[in-house]
Design a protein around this ligand. Structure first.
Ligand code: MN
Length: 451
């Protein structure tokens, strides 16, 4: 499978021409791009890939909304839409190691020293209240300073100067861990920030798992072949050879800068914090590079991140409860799990497994397998009719959670609650649900009674 963004865009155009819109009219990168994405979604019920050719203040065209459709993401994995989760789980179970190649188109243009200028990139401001221009589609590639363990992640970047950004490292996660190791040695942490990739690479970067699991192997698993990497021009960091744009950087030790507020996936614009500082040593890009943006907090962002989250949660619950049926992440910090409960207590074990597998999880609801977790009404019905809160609610206090949760009393510290909404002691012995007898249901045909 081709590993570059452009081949994937060609595939989108071939599969469904209306799924790709080129906008040639000039747009202001301050709010106007987000406004058009959200208006298309809400008013026209459309979520095409958008390529803005003429963005004020930059020569780079801006691509956004790439990930806002499940069939498009499935196509990126060469899977049918209904096989998305199974395909992702297979890539986690059978990763394909990356391979280093001698050269790649990402080095067609190399800018170092005084020629580095982040203000040449599109200066996109997404929402009212954002503290400045943000890069939202950068994937970090970095190595543990002490071991041969690599990590990839999405990290939001606020442009702070010609060669400076802030970086939001999720507290307690893998890149944060690497940075703390480097900082303890008073060393900068080399990293590369990669902008504009095939969505299989984007999906792989969001894999949640052990620090030992190499996201680049999951990218390969999704691509069906080894991810091709080239060495950076100014460091030993390896980056996708076919990317559009790479920022070759270091996170500076013991430096912090104010960052935020920034409107996030939580639906809130969260306040200013002190964050780590990135120095950009080189910018490399393809000729006629496309700058990719993720329309943060909208479908482009939410669909992309929930597929890997759901796969990881399914894997973790399955390790504890083999008869798990489905997992869904319906909103921030929340997951719904359905299980075929064979013995009492498995509902609570599923809750514990989900909390153990994902730092961000704050509310886990477990239902029986006769409840469709993709239907909010059914989940609410199960909570209402199968759950007694004094018996079935589990509250965990003072655990690590998301530092983007505005309800937390202290950044990143959170209580968590599990709701066991399975029938007790078992579904088979529970009060029966009402229904029309099956023979009558079969016999009664609408066409025999109504025109
Ligand atoms: Mn990792």
């Amino acid at each position: 499978m081709a590993q570059d963004l452009r081949s994937y865009l060609d595939l989108v155009k071939r599969r469904k021409p209306g799924d790709f819109e080129i906008v040639s009219k000039p747009v202001d990168p301050r709010y106007e791009i987000t406004a058009l994405v959200v208006k298309l979604e809400r008013e026209a019920k459309r979520r095409p890939v958008l390529l803005f050719e003429n963005v004020t203040g930059t020569k780079f065209p801006v691509l956004t909304n790439l990930h806002a459709s499940r069939p498009r993401l499935a196509a990126a994995m060469n899977a049918a839409p209904e096989a998305t989760q199974a395909t992702y789980l297979r890539a986690m179970d059978k990763p394909i190691a990356p391979k280093v190649v001698a050269a790649g188109p990402v080095h067609e243009v190399v800018l170092k020293g005084d020629r580095v200028n982040l203000y040449d990139l599109p200066q996109i401001v997404h929402h009212e209240g954002d503290s400045g221009a943000y890069v939202t589609a950068a994937i970090s590639f970095a190595k543990d300073p002490t071991r041969e363990i690599w990590n990839c992640a999405y990290n939001r970047l606020q442009i702070k100067g010609r060669d400076r950004t802030s970086i939001h490292l999720t507290t307690g996660k893998h890149l944060w861990e690497f940075q703390r190791i480097a900082e303890a040695r008073n060393e900068p942490l080399p990293l590369a920030l990669v902008i504009g990739v095939h969505p299989a690479i984007a999906l792989g970067a969001l894999a949640i798992g052990s620090i030992d699991e190499d996201e680049r192997g999951i990218m390969g698993g999704l691509l069906g072949e080894p991810l091709e990497l080239v060495k950076c021009q100014t460091s030993d960091v390896l980056v996708p050879a076919h990317a559009e744009i790479v920022l070759e950087c270091e996170i500076l030790p013991r430096q912090r800068t104010p960052e935020g507020p920034f409107g996030e996936f939580t639906g809130y614009s969260l306040g200013e914090r002190q964050r780590e500082v990135v120095r950009v040593n080189a910018i490399t890009h393809r000729r006629d590079a496309i700058f990719q943006d993720i329309t943060v907090a909208h479908l482009d962002h939410m669909l992309l991140s929930t597929i890997p989250m759901e796969a990881n949660l399914f894997r973790a619950v399955r390790a504890m409860v083999p008869s798990v049926k489905a997992v869904r992440v319906p909103g921030p910090f929340t997951c719904f799990v359905s299980i075929e409960q064979r013995i009492p207590g498995q509902g609570k074990n599923a809750i514990l497994a989900a909390f153990g597998a994902d730092l961000y999880m704050k509310r886990v609801v477990v239902v029986d397998d006769d409840v469709d977790v993709f239907d909010d009404r059914q989940v609410n019905w199960a909570i209402a009719t199968r759950c007694q809160p004094d018996r079935d609610l589990t509250i965990i206090t003072n655990a690590r959670g998301s530092d983007l949760d505005p309800s937390a009393r202290e950044d990143g510290m959170s209580a968590k609650w599990g709701v066991d909404a399975t029938a007790k002691p078992s579904l088979a012995s529970y009060t029966p649900r009402h229904r029309v007898p099956p023979d009558v249901w079969e016999r009664m045909k609408l066409k025999d009674f109504f025109a």
